[in-house]
Design a protein around this ligand. Structure first.
Ligand code: HEM
Length: 129
């Protein structure tokens, strides 16, 4: 089944107070029927109608339940040439971790347990032999 595609201009034109349509992570959602049930209130959803609400959505830190629920309101995706890179905020720290500190830190990888083993062995031989 081919997914419906939208340009950002189409979302801007079709998204109104009465037809609450917005973009989150390159997908298009129509929450017109959901606004009165939204735990965060209808105003915030109407505020992003016709726009890209990815940042606002991420800032709230929506739960897994909310993520499962939003699938129900997905009506399409943004055309390939207008998609933006989806930032994975929660993984940034671990990316930095692997690139920046690489293998050099004392506490990283196998070095710390090895050092601890040597210290314990030396102490043991001093104390008990
Ligand atoms: C299809 C889209 C959306 C769905 C299904 C959805 C669903 C939900 C749900 C289930 C909650 C309750 C808390 C949780 O489970 O995380 C919630 C809270 C909230 N949402 Fe949404 N939401 C959507 C889009 C948005 C957008 C675009 C915004 C901002 C512009 C927004 C702002 C909020 C706020 C401010 C709260 C209240 C958080 C709190 O009280 O701590 N939501 N939403």
């Amino acid at each position: 089944m081919a997914e419906k595609t939208f340009t950002r201009k189409q979302v801007a034109e079709q998204g109104t107070n009465k037809n609450v349509l917005f973009v989150i992570n390159n997908d298009v959602y129509d929450v017109t029927k959901f606004i009165d049930e939204h735990p965060g209130g209808h105003e915030v959803l109407i505020a992003v109608t016709g726009k890209d609400g990815t940042e606002e959505w991420e800032d709230v830190g929506h739960s897994l339940d909310a993520k499962e629920l939003m699938v129900k309101y997905k009506v399409g995706t943004i055309v390939a040439e207008e998609r933006v890179e989806v930032k994975k905020k929660q993984y940034n720290w671990s990316n930095n971790n692997t690139t920046d500190t690489s293998d050099s830190g004392l506490l990283s990888s196998w070095k710390f347990p090895l050092l601890l083993g040597i210290v314990v062995t030396v102490l043991y031989s001093y104390l008990f032999t």
